[in-house]
Design a protein around this ligand. Structure first.
Ligand SMILES: [Fe+2]
Length: 137
């Protein structure tokens, strides 16, 4: 028996997979930059890869703590080719905008269900997404 609704756990698990996708995406972008002699960008994006892994682990810890089961599902490969560094940063800005919308969806669901445990957990991510979007815009 889990502490929060199964439907919420399902949404959190979907988000966990999106965080892992984000990590892989940053990993690919970082390598693309390295390959194209953009070492500074490569290092910057690699740092973001590590941050996304932390996000992924935060979801895992929370899901398992409330009695769910964190699980990784099949993932499509993230892009690994970009037209230019401009194209790369436009792609990542769009991706972060999408991630923010996904977090907002779960917040909305938790709010409707008066699920304050999940809302409190997601609070950190709302702030984090604001910082990410500010940075990439
Ligand atoms: Fe993230």
């Amino acid at each position: 028996m889990s502490i929060i609704k199964d439907d919420t756990i399902k949404l959190l698990n979907d988000q966990l997979n999106k965080e892992l996708f984000s990590a892989s995406f940053y990993f690919n972008m970082s390598s693309w930059c390295d390959k194209h002699g953009l070492k500074g960008c490569g290092k910057f994006l690699y740092g973001h890869y590590r941050e996304e892994l932390e996000h992924f682990e935060k979801f895992k810890d929370f899901i398992n703590k409330v009695g769910g089961q964190a699980s990784i599902s099949e993932m499509k490969a993230p892009p690994s080719n970009f037209k230019s560094v401009q194209d790369l940063f436009e792609t990542v800005a769009k991706h972060e905008e999408y991630v923010t919308s996904c977090i907002n969806e779960i917040v909305g669901f938790a709010f409707e269900n008066k699920d304050y445990i999940t809302l409190r957990f997601l609070d950190w991510f709302i702030q984090e997404q604001l910082e990410e979007q500010e940075l990439f815009n």
